[in-house]
Write a protein of this length. Structure first.
Length: 177
């Protein structure tokens, strides 16, 4: 297993630590959770950079990297909803998109095709991660406005990336319905 794939697996292993820190009644738990989330998010950027720079792109990485992102982001969204910091409908739209794309990836993998993340998907992930970080740290004041803007940006990019994936990969569904 190459370094980018190890970083992807590390990100997946950081998710339970993040969730415990978010949901446990610990002093400054959200700040520790925020740091873990930032570190996990950084592995996403780092593994992709290393893979592209050193030509270490693998089918495993193309498949597992988006799953690791989904696991991290969806866990954070669920924690934020549980804490009353995020409206459930926002999380449902974002998580619903992830299920739809995962379904497309499953169909594609059965046909021997790996659907890599698109630029819209990457922008969506960045927006979601920034939104989550701002919401976890909850500094108040102007940061509440920034969080609200990031929620809407993340939602818009979520829908755009969904439409982009569906448009580009709809042919994979032929004969499936």
């Amino acid at each position: 297993m190459n370094l980018p794939n190890k970083l992807t697996m590390l990100r997946m292993c950081m998710v339970p630590v993040f969730v415990v820190l978010m949901l446990a009644d610990l002093k400054n738990g959200n700040y520790w959770a925020g740091l873990v989330f930032i570190l996990a998010s950084a592995t996403d950027a780092l593994d992709g950079y290393i893979a592209r720079k050193n030509n270490l792109i693998t089918d495993f990485g193309k498949f597992m990297d988006p799953i690791a992102d989904k696991l991290l982001v969806c866990s954070a969204l669920i924690c934020l909803v549980a804490q009353g910091e995020l409206a459930a409908w926002v999380a449902i739209i974002i998580i619903g998109r992830e299920f739809i794309i995962s379904g497309f990836r499953l169909v594609a993998s059965e046909k021997g095709t790996v659907i890599a993340a698109s630029y819209w998907g990457k922008f969506k992930t960045i927006a979601q991660m920034l939104m989550i970080i701002v919401m976890i740290f909850d500094f108040g004041g102007v940061w509440e406005v920034i969080a609200l803007v990031l929620i809407w940006v993340a939602l818009i990019l979520t829908v755009i990336s969904l439409i982009d994936y569906l448009k580009k990969n709809w042919s994979l569904m032929e004969g499936q319905m």
